[in-house]
Design a protein around this ligand. Structure first.
Ligand code: NAP
Length: 284
């Protein structure tokens, strides 16, 4: 449109740089003197160039263990980041946390997340939890399904869900947790067939903030990861095999989640822990 309005002018700017908008919204300069030499600036129409749409990432549960690492990773990549959780702002005092927009809301009350979804292009959900079976079903299932529906209504482009690996026998003990996770996955694949990514990590290690304390989960997780990441075959042992699923560092999960949320070429579908580890190894 900008191009056609300029072409309709009868003269040209002495040294004109046309800015054209590509499909992905980026601006390219197309060179100078393209429209002749004699355009008088007085005749030129004032054209307002709409800035390219900025990518806006919303992290659901951005003040939790995995969520805060995802927010930090996204900030380091220069993205505009907001978070939504029931308690709002993270208790972390690092400088990146000051640049995140912290919303308060509850995924179980869909109306409370409408404001936070405004203008958002990608969502990563880290909302999940343990408790009674019915609570686990609500928080891992219902709450997340609400968020997926709200995101689809707002025409969000990409949606990443931090789910969990199957743990065989443990699935029966944590029935509500796994049933909730799988119900959310199903909804995501329906609502976001091209832009939905499900990460299924096992145990995630790193430094977890608990109140004022920092829990160094990597003391156990890192050595186990070193051994088990190359022993996927053990997970095929009947019944107990899934207990040998490799742990993964929280920074690896954060890296893959942010990439999956922002890169339109990232394949949709389910990525298990070995896929996450492989992706990080390849991307360096
Ligand atoms: N940590 C692991 O080893 C591990 C392994 C596999 C999978 N996962 C999955 O990864 C995800 C993140 O785990 P995490 O360890 O980071 O958990 P976390 O630290 O407990 O974080 C959960 C986040 O969800 C928010 N939240 C809970 N209920 C909410 C609601 N109704 N509405 C809005 N926000 C809500 C919490 O904030 P508020 O309390 O302020 O609302 C918090 O920010 C979970 O889905 C978990 O199942 C974790």
């Amino acid at each position: 449109m900008i191009m056609s309005r300029l072409l309709r002018s009868h003269s040209s700017f002495p040294s004109l740089h046309l800015m054209t908008m590509s499909k992905n919204g980026r601006l390219f300069s197309t060179g100078s003197n393209m429209l002749g030499e004699s355009l008088k600036s007085a005749e030129a129409e004032t054209v307002t160039v709409t800035p390219p749409p900025t990518e806006k990432l919303l992290v659901l549960g951005g003040n939790g263990f995995v969520g805060s690492h995802i927010c930090r990773e996204a900030m380091e990549r220069g993205l505009t980041v907001s978070s939504l959780s029931r308690s709002g702002r993270s208790s972390v005092h690092d400088s990146w946390a000051d640049s995140v927009v912290w919303h308060q809301g509850d995924l179980l009350s869909p109306n409370s997340m409408k404001h936070a979804m405004n203008g958002v292009t990608s969502v990563i959900s880290c909302v999940g939890g343990f408790g009674s079976n019915s609570h686990m079903h609500r928080i891992n299932g219902t709450a997340n399904i609400n968020a997926i529906k709200a995101a689809a209504e707002q025409c969000v482009k990409r949606y990443v869900y931090i789910s969990a690996a199957d743990f065989g026998l443990i699935n029966y003990l944590l029935k509500g947790y796994y049933e909730g996770k799988r119900a959310t996955e199903k909804e995501l694949l329906i609502k976001f067939p091209y832009g939905g990514v499900i990460l299924r990590p096992g145990f995630i290690h790193g430094t977890r903030q608990v109140g004022r304390m920092k829990l160094p989960l990597s003391l156990i997780g890192a050595p186990l990861e070193m051994v088990l990441r190359y022993a996927k075959v053990l997970t095929r042992i009947p019944l107990v095999g899934p207990l040998f699923t490799s742990p993964v560092n929280v920074t690896s999960v954060a890296k893959v989640a942010v990439r999956a949320a922002m890169d339109p070429a990232f394949p949709p579908g389910i990525l298990d822990v070995y896929g996450i580890l492989q992706y990080v190894e390849k991307s360096g």
